[in-house]
Design a binder for this molecule. Structure first.
Ligand SMILES: Cc1cn([C@H]2C[C@H](O)[C@@H](COP(=O)(O)OP(=O)(O)OP(=O)(O)O)O2)c(=O)[nH]c1=O
Length: 203
């Protein structure tokens, strides 16, 4: 039976895929997250999801599938990933304050070939429009000290303290957290993975 691997170290992605009802193994991959010159936010997020899923091929069996994902924030011509330090975080919050931004989460599902290469691949990208209220300097500094912004794209977690900053959301809430539930289930179903609750052999 084909197995599913989640190529992600993100605890949020592991929780969301578990909540969808899938059994999987998870491995953390390390790939360089650097946009190429002139690369658009969409091309970049799709490439990272693909590279994460392909980086896990060596450890999987032929016929197994690997799900990779990446989340980033785009506004104007800027791409916001994880904050490096408090200055970088403050700059990000000033960009997001009082306006709309776009959260792109890309999915890449890769089948492992007999030669441990790519046998087949499917990709999706989900974009969610998020608006933030205007943030004060005090709010920004307080938010940094909660510890929540570290390791989060755009320096915020919608599922945490930052939910109070959101005035409007158009798209996928789970996509903002890092794994869009509806689209992930559709993608997995398209290659034959069913959630555990639907598997006849477990009745
Ligand atoms: C915008 C936003 C991001 N995030 C998180 C999801 C991702 O973990 C992280 C974006 O960084 P990613 O580089 O997409 O993922 P990651 O490095 O954490 O994990 P991996 O590459 O191993 O899959 O930001 C939230 O938890 N909540 C949010 O509201």
């Amino acid at each position: 039976m084909m197995a599913l691997c989640l190529a992600s170290g993100s605890p949020r992605r592991r929780e969301l895929l578990t909540a969808l009802g899938y059994s999987f193994t998870a491995i953390t991959t390390a790939i360089a997250e650097v946009p190429a010159a002139g690369e658009s936010a969409l091309d970049y997020v799709n490439r990272l999801a693909r590279e994460k899923s392909e980086a896990a091929i060596a450890q999987q069996k032929p016929g197994d599938w690997i799900l990779g994902s990446d989340t980033l924030i785009a506004l104007d011509d800027k791409i916001l990933e994880k904050p490096n330090d408090v200055e970088h975080f403050c700059w990000m919050m000033q960009q997001l304050s009082g306006r709309k931004h776009w959260v792109h989460t890309a999915l890449a599902l890769t089948e492992v070939s007999a030669a441990h290469d790519v046998a087949a691949q499917q990709q999706r990208c989900v974009t969610t429009e998020v608006s933030f209220k205007r943030l004060t300097d005090a709010e920004i500094m307080h938010y940094w000290h909660t510890g929540e912004p570290q390791g989060k794209a755009g320096g915020y977690a919608i599922q945490g303290f930052a939910e109070r900053f959101v005035t409007r959301l158009n798209g996928s809430y789970s996509g903002v957290i890092g794994l869009p539930l509806y689209e992930t289930e559709q993608l997995l179903r398209s290659v034959g993975f069913l959630p555990n609750w639907e598997r006849v052999d477990e009745c």
